[in-house]
Design a protein around this ligand. Structure first.
Ligand code: ZN
Length: 342
């Protein structure tokens, strides 16, 4: 099979399009022919490397994907050859106490496709049966691949951890990335009033089309001050900050007394400056999470399958052009998901 692999960390030049042996499914596992995969910033971080990361080379990148079941292992009972499937990229053991309690995202041996095991930037992948969800005929492979990681992440953060309720105000800091566009849609669908902060008018216009109620251009105004004024000097119930270092201070200021700040990432850098007086003085709660449970995956993908949530697709590249696709993501000049078609 063809795959995008790396033999060492580095820039886009370390990505190689090569032939690899097609893996074979063991007991409880399924061989899937990938039809569409989607990029995440995570792939670039894995490619670049970080202190302590240990990859088994050659490493195949990619967390998101959808495809067709080609072969089933012994003991697989819920899937058949030919089934069209979406992939949950979170791999859990199914046996530890967290898994037994349905909190498989906290599994003692949790792993993620493309990060701590071979990923979806390949023509084939072997996965546990429980990580696959059969796609309705009306849902394309592209839609399923574009949805998986970002909708799971956004749903778990906003709904499961954040406890978002109808009528609440939500500020989404940043608009271009996949998780933030999913957060805008989920918050809108939940009946919240959605404020979106960006420094690009073009991205704000797209955010409005996804359900944003109030658009704030942070290149023209102090957005935390604007939120304060727009909420009758109260602040927002929930602030979604996946930008990190560049914005977290203002996110803390924009939250109301008793408000929640949700974070699943830090595209501008991981070290945050926090003025603790705001934390205790305003009774703030900072809620961190990453990915989500399989229950979250089924819940949010059901809404995608029903057309209640529609992934935004920016562009498509052939698998062989993964370098160009990653360069586009690194440039920041995109809105929604960048796909690789195999
Ligand atoms: Zn487990």
């Amino acid at each position: 099979m063809k795959a995008i692999v790396l033999y060492k960390h580095g820039g886009p030049e370390v990505l190689q399009y090569v032939d690899r042996d097609t893996p074979q499914p063991g007991p409880g596992e399924v061989l899937v022919e990938i039809k569409a995969a989607a990029l995440n910033r995570l792939d670039i971080w894995v490619r670049d490397g970080w202190p302590g990361i240990e990859l088994e080379y050659p490493h195949i990148l990619g967390a998101d994907g959808a495809g067709v079941v080609m072969k089933i292992g012994i003991g697989v009972s819920g899937l058949q050859v030919g089934d069209r499937v979406a992939i949950n990229p979170n791999i859990s053991c199914g046996r530890c106490l967290h898994c037994a309690a349905g909190r498989d995202n906290l599994c003692d041996s949790w792993r993620l496709l493309g990060e701590s095991m071979p990923g979806t930037f390949a023509q084939h992948i072997v996965l546990p049966e429980r990580n696959l969800l059969v796609l309705p005929d009306v849902v394309s492979f592209e839609m399923a691949a574009a949805a998986s990681l970002v909708y799971l992440t956004a749903w778990h953060s906003l709904i499961t951890r954040g406890g978002l309720r109808a009528g609440e105000s939500v500020v989404v800091v940043g608009a271009g990335g996949g998780v933030n566009s999913a957060c805008i849609q989920i918050a809108h669908l939940s009946g919240a009033k959605v404020y979106v902060v960006s420094d690009e008018a073009r991205k704000l216009a797209k955010a409005e089309a996804l359900g944003a109620d109030v658009l704030i251009d942070r290149s023209k105004e102090d957005w935390s001050h604007s939120i304060f004024n727009l909420t009758e000097r109260r602040g927002a119930d929930v602030v979604v900050d996946n930008v990190g270092a560049a914005t977290f201070f203002r996110s803390i200021r924009a939250a109301r007394k008793g408000g929640r700040i949700l974070t699943v990432g830090n595209t501008s850098g991981p070290k945050l400056e926090i003025d603790n007086r705001y934390l205790f003085g305003k009774h703030l709660t900072i809620i961190g999470s990453t990915m989500g449970s399989h229950t979250d995956f089924v819940d949010v993908m059901t809404l995608v399958f029903e057309g209640m949530l529609t992934p935004v697709i920016d562009s498509e590249f052939p698998l062989s052009e993964a370098r160009a696709a990653q360069c586009k993501m690194a440039s920041g000049d995109f809105f929604g998901k960048i796909l690789l078609i195999t």
